[in-house]
Design a binder for this molecule. Structure first.
Ligand SMILES: O=C(CO)COP(=O)(O)O
Length: 138
């Protein structure tokens, strides 16, 4: 079974929800190779024992670092619990990250409910399933 390469990101008010979600799916998470933005990654590593590769904090470029993974075909799914109720200083980066998921057909879950469905799908962790990678003529 291949190691699924996932990214975990949450804005501050959503961090408790993401941590709870990670613990709920801890067995699946152990089968994944996990990257995260800085503060999110620290929180998850400290509270779950999972190994997490931490990038910069979101406002300092962490979202863009994850975007680079997507552009390079190095990420299988993004779990991004962004905050719909509080403005982020780096909102352009947030939009850019979500946009790249659409550009490259990368599964992205922005709510715990969607994230539940993604990780419980038989396609998740499956060696057989490869999402169509769009090719762009430019
Ligand atoms: O701001 C973020 C995503 O846009 C998350 O960054 P932190 O994980 O460092 O809080």
């Amino acid at each position: 079974m291949k190691k699924y390469r996932i990214a975990l990101v949450a804005h501050d008010h959503k961090k408790p929800e993401l941590l709870q979600w990670v613990n709920k799916h801890i067995d699946v998470m152990r089968k994944c190779s996990i990257v995260a933005t800085g503060t999110t990654g620290g929180l998850i590593a400290d509270n779950t024992g999972l190994t997490v590769t931490r990038f910069k904090s979101g406002p300092l470029g962490g979202d863009q670092q994850i975007g680079a993974l997507i552009a390079n075909g190095e990420l299988d799914a993004l779990f991004f619990f962004w905050d719909p109720l509080n403005p982020a200083p780096h909102d352009p980066d947030v939009k850019a990250l979500l946009r790249l998921c659409s550009v490259w057909n990368v599964p992205v879950a922005c709510t715990a409910a969607t994230a539940d469905m993604v990780v419980t799908s038989p396609l998740f962790l499956s060696d057989d399933y490869q999402p169509v990678k769009p090719s762009y003529d430019r």
